[in-house]
Design a protein around this ligand. Sequence first.
Ligand SMILES: Nc1ncnc2c1ncn2[C@@H]1O[C@H](COP(=O)(O)OP(=O)(O)OP(=O)(O)O)[C@@H](O)[C@H]1O
Length: 826
Amino acid sequence: MTAAVSPLYLQQSSPTYSPVSLDSVIPHGSLPEGCRDVHPFLTTPGSPLSPRRYTDTFSTSEDEDEEHMEMKNKGELTKEEVADCLSNLGLSATGLQHVYQFLSVPGRSLSNISILCNYVHLQKLELPRNKIKDLSCVSHMPYLIILDASHNELTDFFGFKPPKNLKEVDFSHNQISEMKDLSAYSFLKKINLDYNHFQKIHGLDKCASLTHLSLAHNQISCIGGLDNLPLKELCLRGNLIQAIENLQTLWALQVLDLACNRIQSLSGLQNLHLLGSVNLENNRISEIKEATHVHDLRLLRTLNLKRNPVQDQPDYRLAVIFLLQPLTGLDEQKVTAEEKVSSVNKYDPPPEVVAARDHMTHVVYQLMQPQVILDSTLPSLDTPYPMLILTGPQAGGKRELAHKLCHEFSDFFAYGACHTTRGPYFGEEDGSDYHFVTEEEFRHMIHMGKFIQTMQYCGHWYGLSVEAIESVAREGLACIVHMELEGVFSLKNSYFEPRYILMIPTSTEAYTRCLRARGFYTRAQIEHAVARIDTYSTVNRDKPGFFDNVIACDDRKEAYQTLKQLVQEYLGLTDREGGLSTTPTPDNTSTGAMTADSLVTDRLKEPSPYSRAELSAKSLASPDAEPPLSHSMNYRNKLQAELTPQKTSAEHASISRRRQLVREALMGKSPAAYSQLFKRCAHTAPSSLVSPGRHTGGNLPNPGDDSSVEESHTSSGLSMGSSAGAFSAASPAARGSDLGSGPAVEPLDISALANHDLDEVRDPSEPGLTPDAPRVGVSDHLSPAVGPYPTRPGSNAKPILPPIPSGRKTAEPAPATASQSQPADG
Ligand SMILES: Nc1ncnc2c1ncn2[C@@H]1O[C@H](COP(=O)(O)OP(=O)(O)OP(=O)(O)O)[C@@H](O)[C@H]1O
């Protein structure tokens, strides 16, 4: 049987090789049926059908060998070499024959490959590292898909008629200097033109399939000619490019390599939303802020800015990681989770982090000062000093309403003026709205441990000093302070247990108008303030109970009415004019205040898991409601909860009695006990009271419950009931100013407490014990062995939750001097 002759074979002009029956080469039946039409030239090197074998079988003449050698020497590709280098037997494009589809002839110094005109079925042609100047033979390869002519001497760009299916071309490392129109090559997908002499990109407009283009190491100075190409990868490294331009229409671009150019800015990348990797190594980028140009590229995962001047910027890496949060690799180094967290904590710390740092700073600075006992706001673990904090975005009227409240409820409240480094606005008075200080003074105060919390807002510092609160407390009043969210977070870390009322605008437009109308703020400040509305509502939503109440502050009058009503409810007062009562409205909301949760619900129009009544009941201290323990539990309770999860029945009884007292206090039913908060005693404490260290609690005795209220009133050497009055002895200002109109409180004799019969304080479940008796452990603390005042000041205070005082107790505020209540400077 004679094998059919392949078309390729028919194109061979060599007389040496005549059609041959495969049966003469390999045993019949050893090739699959379809393979029997294969031309013997198209054999795999080394296979039984390799040209070597072939020539052995059909021995050639010596003349032919010589001719072959001669051709080789001239750099001409010979049939033998071709036969050696063919591979990939497969069906021809027509599907009618079997042909070898690949030819790879690398590194043979070939300059003449004209013989390839005959190999029309080739689909892949590799000719790298030769000396080829002419590729016209490719014109005869209509089925060619991949062409590698890299490392040759080509000067002509696509110097052949376009093979219709040509998809990948590698002309890198040649000497081509000019691109030409490639509109006939519409199937081209990848072109590699690295290491040529191109100066300009053009002619690619119609390459509608081009996804990969590499023009590295040419002489291109401007990016252009790439409009609307579906490029996914573009490499222009090693050129003379100075700016990233004309890339905005490359909507599909994912990988961009612009290393080793002269680029100074990342501008020009901002619209490439699919970009996942950008290499800008060894350019001239010097500013970290350049990273903002790619800030919105949410898919950007790797960025290389190595060998750019920007690397010398302090904190470069963290800053870039912060700006480009989705990055997983920067400068060929993995971005770790730790780096991401550090960068956020450094450049945009969440309020909790700011507050924690702030709190830590002030605690440390306070501890570094000589310690004194505060006469009024002593951090009693049982009875925190009552404060009301109005919080919310700037210019929401917090300050105005705080002043109004203080004016109207002057028997209860006074304004706590913070310190600020900003200058006074028109009409603001030093000491009334703020204490206006210089930055230097402010910093000095920080270092002297004078602040409880500070915050930087719009470039200015604000701080609440111990003295600001103390001076109010010494008057027997509760303190109203206004502050931003971070201040609230910080205060929540402290020993104070204020009530927090969020005043929030519900209409952004109206709020913006209001800010503008003030005329104080720059555009950026207005935007900043508006953006903070969301911060507040997010905290409110995510942290139920964080704010005790929420009031919409769009309308100041309404807001004030609501606030006033709330305060009256806190105080258990009836409205002086309107006769408002504390009785809750039928839906139990009782005021126009929104509860913290309901505001979010309203704002976001999401269904609330709670009814309005439930929410109100949760946040307002109605007579029948439990005190809002979740957020106003004091330090001691928190610690107790952690350390002694199991309470004795005596404790339970004590707690419930305390709660009852709170309810009554809130309703004004037990003013005597409640007023003790602000009772000052004329009694002069022994000098041992002025502790060398400011007691922040812990190591001093704590009666633990209210069982000793009566006893302590009568027998202690100190006034009691709250930190406000308990240690007035430590403060000359407080001494002698005990002219309050409230009920007199008898000094507490600690020794009497110490002498308690232990039997009285045992668990009532045990025979002979009363529920309200102090626990044995507590009484142990009170051992006389410790001394007359061996324990924490205020330990004689009764654990009555004191949200708001029941009234002013002093006729005349005692003059306060810094030395009396502040840590001494130095
Ligand atoms: N110690 C503090 N800690 C945190 N924030 C504070 C502190 N003192 C004042 N602030 C807040 O700083 C912001 C800027 O203060 P500024 O006095 O400029 O605002 P304002 O216009 O008076 O605001 P508002 O009318 O809401 O009181 C305000 O929101 C204010 O409540």
